[in-house]
Design a protein around this ligand. Structure first.
Ligand SMILES: [Zn+2]
Length: 230
């Protein structure tokens, strides 16, 4: 089974949704000491297609493509020789994350997204404006899902295969739209580890909280392992 770790921002300024750079570095060192290596979500998708998962692999995902991830997570993961997957809201690049106005997170610029891609990170899609997809008309939901993919593909000059449902909000119709838009793999906020026969378009994750250090990560992994049916 493979854990997909769910992070948002990395930084000190605000606690909400932030993991500190020091905590992230400790978590990486711990995983590395345990013999883990990181793969991207699109790499995991290939394993899932074969219904065979790698041993001691983990996927780092960073929702919303927030600026602190570029500033802190990129160098920290690079130190381990690892890459991650970031989920970008294509209509908000270079702006404030206006879906959570209280926290005033900055979103990476177009140039920073392109730079992440150039450094071997995977750029995944997280819609145009970060809505609750099941509350939209089918036309609007489809546009949020497909236009984001087209925007990001044009920006990085490569195929975008991974998607993340804003707020983990999905139903059968939304999953079908995500598949029809050409995505191969998609993340929810359901807690658990990925199993070889899981539906690639509705994968569980392991949420990492701002208060988690290395021990916190271990605890989250253990909890996710306990709740994953075998
Ligand atoms: Zn989000």
């Amino acid at each position: 089974m493979v854990p997909i770790l769910m992070y948002h921002n990395v930084g000190e300024r605000e606690r909400h949704l932030n993991v500190s750079p020091q905590a992230l570095a400790r978590q990486c060192r711990l995983l590395s000491a345990m013999g883990f290596h990181a793969i991207t979500l699109r790499e995991l998708a290939e394993y899932l297609q074969a219904h065979h998962l790698p041993q001691r692999a983990a996927v780092f995902t960073f929702d919303d493509a927030l600026l602190g991830v570029y500033e802190h997570a990129l160098p920290i993961l690079r130190n381990c020789g690892w890459s991650a997957t970031v989920f970008a809201v294509s209509g908000r690049l270079g702006q404030e994350a206006d879906w959570a106005p209280r926290h005033r997170h900055r979103v990476m610029s177009r140039e920073q997204i392109a730079e992440l891609h150039a450094q071997g990170w995977e750029v995944g899609a997280h819609t145009l404006t970060h809505p609750y997809l099941t509350r939209l008309s089918p036309e609007d939901a489809r546009r949020e899902i497909t236009q984001c993919r087209e925007d990001l593909q044009q920006l990085i000059g490569a195929e975008v295969l991974s998607f993340c449902y804003p707020y983990g909000d999905l139903d059968e119709q939304v999953v079908q739209m995500v598949q029809q838009a050409g995505y191969r793999v998609a993340c929810t906020v359901r807690k658990g580890l990925v199993r070889p026969h899981d539906n690639p378009l509705a994968l569980p994750r392991v949420p990492i909280a701002y208060s988690d250090g290395a021990t916190g990560l271990l605890y989250r992994l253990w909890r996710a392992w306990k709740r994953t049916p075998r």
